[in-house]
Write a protein that binds this ligand. Structure first.
Ligand SMILES: [Mg+2]
Length: 377
């Protein structure tokens, strides 16, 4: 059996309601998917995180390396792509293209062998995974605290007992927003904050200290991912656990994050940091350093399913009779690319997702709907 086709698709959806965070505004969701097909017709799907047209170009760059190879050799194919990109792209968007291909190869491998990806990764520690709702972005509204509090309450009513809100507008507004959300959801819900590296160390320290009374489960990307020392310094001055890594790549990048004791929670994006092959290695390394791992997940049901299978498999640093519970990010913002184009849509029950039993990732792109979302050249 040989790989016979690698096809990237850029899909897009114009949002009904624009939202924003500390770095830019979203009025459209655009994602690059990839379909890899074997000469017997079996296929797998992957996706890359980041600017879709550039991910597509990256997939086309790697394509000639892989055509004609056996599809089961995920590590060998990963190494072929890695060595072809190492001289130019030790981090960044070309690795999102590599990641997209790697995720598709794992889906394909599962379909060929008739096994779920989590089983092929080494087995399932968990049959279901607790998720947290990602939302509470900024919108144009008369009262930001009230709007965010109402959204948070909605997630609580849907059964989530953990959720994440954006900060990073300015410290004073952030404090007001966090207070309103905590007041609305009560004390029993885990609440995380994410600045998307909006702040200097001084600002991040000020915000962390001010929101400590609101029982914040982690402060994500407080400062620029380039400022490794600031991460570790912030960890010394706040009781809030520090999370980061969605802008980090490969095990080599995460090694630096761990050696410099930057984070309590590492957040590699499977569709950017090197695919399932590499993030499995990063997860093992995180556990070796005693760091928790909760992958960054943003995109379609392909990315979410890849995260679900990986989290079902990974080792956790905590070890006791009642094992520490793994956690998965579940974006709840408007996204039909996640909920309609990829089927079945992942729907949590009481905030938990069952790990699919179907071969591969357990989700597929609705190819009848693909044309409606495709961006043509
Ligand atoms: Mg984030």
């Amino acid at each position: 059996m040989k790989i016979s086709a690698i096809e990237p698709f850029v899909v897009s959806h114009k949002l009904q309601r624009e939202f924003y965070f500390s770095q830019w505004r979203y009025d459209t969701r655009t994602i690059c998917l990839v379909k890899i097909t074997c000469d017997n017709g079996t296929f797998g799907w992957g996706e890359g995180y980041g600017p879709a047209e550039i991910v597509k170009a990256g997939i086309e760059f790697f394509r000639p390396l892989l055509i004609g190879h056996g599809p089961l050799e995920t590590e060998n194919l990963w190494q072929l792509m890695y060595l072809r990109s190492l001289d130019y792209a030790r981090r960044g968007i070309l690795l999102s293209a590599l990641s997209a291909i790697d995720v598709a190869l794992w889906d394909l491998k599962g379909k060929i062998l008739g096994q779920p990806v989590s089983v092929l990764l080494g087995g399932r520690r968990r049959q279901s995974v607790r998720t947290y709702a990602t939302g509470m972005y900024f919108t144009e509204t008369e009262s930001m605290p009230e709007t965010l509090a109402a959204e948070a309450l909605g997630y609580k009513e849907q059964g989530f007992d953990a959720m994440k809100m954006k900060v990073g507008l300015n410290v004073e507004k952030d404090i007001e927003n966090v207070a309103a959300v905590r007041q609305a959801i009560g004390p029993g819900i885990d609440l995380m904050i994410d600045a998307n590296h909006a702040y200097s160390l001084t600002e991040a320290t000020k915000l962390a200290r001010a929101v400590e009374p609101y029982r914040i489960s982690w402060f994500e990307e407080p400062v620029s991912p380039e400022y490794y020392a600031s991460y570790s310094q912030l960890r010394e001055t706040t009781s809030i656990p520090i999370a980061g890594g969605e802008c980090e790549y490969l095990r080599f990048g995460f090694l630096r994050l761990f050696q410099q004791q930057c984070v309590d929670i590492a957040q590699p994006d499977i569709c950017a940091a090197g695919g399932l092959t590499e993030v499995k290695r990063i997860a093992d390394m995180a556990c070796t350093f005693g760091v928790d791992l909760v992958p960054h997940t943003w995109g379609t049901g392909i990315a979410a399913s890849a995260a679900l299978h990986l989290i079902a498999n990974i080792d956790m640093p905590g070890s006791r009779l009642n094992e520490a519970e793994a956690l998965m990010e579940l974006d709840r913002t408007e996204n039909p690319l996640r909920d309609e184009l990829v089927q079945p849509a992942l729907s949590p029950h009481n905030g938990r997702l069952q790990v699919p039993n179907e071969p591969g990732l357990g989700v597929n792109v609705d190819e009848n709907a693909l044309g409606g979302y495709s961006v043509q050249d």
